[in-house]
Design a protein around this ligand. Structure first.
Ligand SMILES: *Cc1c(COP(=O)(O)O)cnc(C)c1O
Length: 402
């Protein structure tokens, strides 16, 4: 999912316009900036691209999730339900506002299992964060139906699936908010950065204020308005250089998706020669952003054996069951309730008693799926040599395992 592969002249041109004025900051400096508002333009372009009413740029994907949680009013004592297969940033944002993450199982979509979501809701649940992992959509219709019935807001984590769709609408536009990341290995990148989209004007205004210390920008776009503050904010402002890169990267997104879809199909044809292989369930194949090819072997032992052989032949796949950053049983700092807070907050109460325990064995149905899973990241640029190497490795594995 790498926008970094296509960084080039368009990005340099956009950056140079910012360097010409010397205005690195998104707000104020009206005269000196010569009408150039890169972050604002990136927001407008992004909202238009995905078909959302509003977009708020921030400093990272994790910040995007945190800003969304904040403006939805989530805080200490609340629970937020997400899934046990995601990047740590999803639940870091939840813990950082003092709320408690609750994890659901994933199914063969590798995303939130709606039946398990239903079981994990309590009267303390204040938000649901389904994650569109590895480029492909969650069962967002079923998740939205459950959330709407219980009147719980949904924040979609679209960090790994920019440009992905479900039945013709962009991922991120189904929930109250959609949170995107533009970090190093995302589909489009601004170095560091993130975006929150929403259709609700009030939600957007609150985000704009919160992410800039409580400043109001609405009466004076590009600048700041009166100094009356509605609430305590923070600083998650994106800078103009990032906005400039974002404009260029977004203009490439359709081409990136096209290339990924083509390359994913080539990899899929190759991988389909593995004996006993099956592929991840896609809820909307046409809407797949095609950043990963995920496939299953019949059992854990087979998956390990296959990957060992692939590695020996220069074509090792990613085993997310062993990945330290994306899978619940491997988050030892979460299981240990390890926090920088000397009081142990938010895992412990004031008396030091453990309030919440994350048992690594909790998500057994996810484990049965994750242990059989292997995946290739789909590059934008897949060289003939690399494809031939993967083809050859898979032929060898198929021959060895018969
Ligand atoms: C990358 C990622 C994030 C966090 O994004 P950063 O920009 O690195 O903070 C959150 N959730 C998921 C699923 C991600 O892949």
């Amino acid at each position: 999912m790498p926008g970094f592969e296509v960084f080039g002249d368009r990005e340099k041109q956009e950056i140079s316009e910012v360097l010409e004025t010397g205005v690195l900051f998104r707000y104020e400096f009206g005269e000196q900036r010569q009408g150039i508002y890169k972050v604002r333009t990136f927001e407008e372009n992004f909202a238009r691209y995905v078909g959302a009413g509003y977009a708020q740029a921030v400093t990272s994907g994790t910040a995007a999730l945190k800003v969304a949680l904040k403006v939805l009013g989530v805080g200490p004592g609340d629970e937020v339900v997400t899934q046990g297969f995601t990047f740590v940033g999803t639940w870091e944002a939840i813990l950082d506002i003092g709320a408690i993450p609750v994890f659901t199982e994933v199914d063969t979509t590798l995303n939130m299992d709606p039946a398990d979501l239903e079981k994990k809701l309590t009267d303390r649940t204040k938000a649901i964060i389904p994650v569109h992992m590895l480029g492909s959509g969650a069962r967002i219709d079923e998740i939205m139906a459950i959330a709407d019935r219980c009147a719980i807001p949904v924040i979609e984590d679209v960090s790994q699936a920019a440009g992905g769709k479900w039945r013709g609408s962009y991922l991120g536009t189904f929930g109250r908010c959609g949170a995107f990341s533009f970090g190093a290995v995302k589909t489009i990148t601004t170095g560091e950065g993130g975006m929150v989209i929403t259709d609700d004007e009030k939600t957007w205004r609150t985000m704009a204020e919160y992410h800039d210390h409580g400043h109001d920008h609405v009466p004076n776009p590009g600048g700041r308005a009166g100094e009356g503050r509605s609430f305590i904010g923070f600083n998650y402002r994106m800078m103009e250089l990032q906005g400039a890169i974002g404009i260029a990267q977004l203009s490439r997104l359709d081409d990136i998706l096209l290339a990924q879809r083509k390359n994913k199909e080539l990899l899929r044809q190759s991988v389909s020669r593995l004996p006993g292989v099956t592929f991840r369930t896609l809820v909307d194949e046409a809407g797949d952003s095609a950043t990963f090819l995920a496939f299953f072997l019949p059992n854990r032992e087979r998956a390990r054996e296959v990957n060992r052989l692939l590695q020996d032949n220069g074509a090792g796949a990613i085993s997310f069951a062993e990945n330290k950053w994306h899978y619940y049983p491997n988050w030892e700092h979460l299981a240990n309730g390890a926090t920088t807070c000397s009081s142990g907050w938010p895992f412990r109460d004031r008396q030091g008693r453990q309030k919440v325990v994350y048992d690594p064995e909790n998500l057994s149905r996810s484990a049965a799926i994750m242990n059989r899973l292997l995946a290739y990241q789909v590059p934008v640029k897949l060289s003939r040599e690399r494809l031939a190497q993967i083809d050859a490795a898979i032929e060898k594995v198929a021959a060895t395992l018969g």
